[in-house]
Design a protein. Structure first.
Length: 288
């Protein structure tokens, strides 16, 4: 039995879709959700639904009964709570005999020394705890979603160009679907215990280079602008992003500019047996 946490989120749903595409029977997949009303689509596919909350240890122990492999998708709650929530999941898994935990960590040059501080350090704490606890584990160090690019670079790029304060820093953006495929590969094939994989594209791009890609795709010269941080936050808020989320995304831009995502490591081809989708092809589907 495979259990996927965060099953109604983007990565969770995409991973379940990938598992089904790999021929895993719906009855062999369990989705952990906090709100069953949000899981109607999964339920209609025959996926088992179990209720559980990262904050509620007893709910997790109940949900994990009979689970062989557990995909722990990192928490999206308040950052100060995330490590303790992950410990709850890991401890409940240990107590119920789960045989393998796969954790979606984060790919940066150094999580402990990032300028983002506690906003990413909990990934390192979770990884260290997994290594100490004694359950076979796999760390999946995900880069930033390519799917975020349209939200990061501003609206009406044909007329306004792209606008983001990311300097010359490069990021090996990868689509969520490719991350999900990589997760499904680890969940359904042997030999991944106590390993760490880098789930990134093989080539990292700066936003100046992304502007060049978009110029090729659209046939129009797309310029790259680097606004001040406060102006960028205002830009995001004007598109409907909350003030807190806008400030959070701006801090990611600072980490990009600092070169923290340019790790030059990728295991996606090894896991999938093919080259991952190129960033240009991904953007072509959005902007052509």
């Amino acid at each position: 039995m495979i259990l996927v946490t965060g099953a109604t989120g983007n990565l969770g749903k995409a991973t379940i879709h990938s598992l089904l595409n790999r021929g895993i029977a719906p009855s062999d997949i369990t989705a952990l959700v906090r709100d069953e009303t949000r899981a109607a689509e999964l339920k209609s596919k025959g996926i088992q639904i179990r209720l559980g909350d990262y904050q509620n240890f007893e709910s997790l122990k109940s949900a994990f009964q009979g689970v062989d492999k557990l995909l722990l998708i990192s928490s999206s709650s308040d950052i100060v709570n995330r490590f303790e929530q992950h410990k709850n999941v890991i401890n409940a898994a240990r107590g119920t005999g789960v045989g393998h935990i796969i954790y979606t960590s984060f790919d940066m040059k150094n999580l402990q020394q990032s300028i983002m501080g506690a906003e990413v350090q909990y990934h390192a704490y979770t990884a260290d705890y997994l290594k100490q606890i004694g359950i076979p584990y796999t760390l999946m160090d995900n880069t930033m979603y390519a799917d975020m690019i349209p939200f990061l670079i501003g609206q009406d790029i044909l007329n306004n160009g792209i606008s983001i304060p990311a300097g010359d820093g490069k990021t090996p953006f990868l689509p969520i679907t490719e991350m999900a495929e990589s997760l499904a590969a680890v969940l359904t094939t042997p030999g991944h215990e106590n390993k760490e994989y880098f789930i990134t594209a093989e080539t990292a791009f700066s936003f100046a280079e992304i502007a060049d890609l978009l110029s090729d795709i659209t046939g129009k010269t797309i310029t790259y602008h680097q606004p001040e941080i406060n102006s960028y936050i205002t830009q995001l808020i004007q598109t409907g992003v909350s003030e807190d989320d806008a400030a959070y995304m701006a801090r990611f831009c600072g980490a990009i500019a600092n070169g923290e995502f340019d790790t030059n490591k990728s295991d996606v081809k090894k896991l999938l047996g093919r080259n991952p989708i190129s960033l240009k092809d991904f953007l072509q589907n959005i902007y052509s």
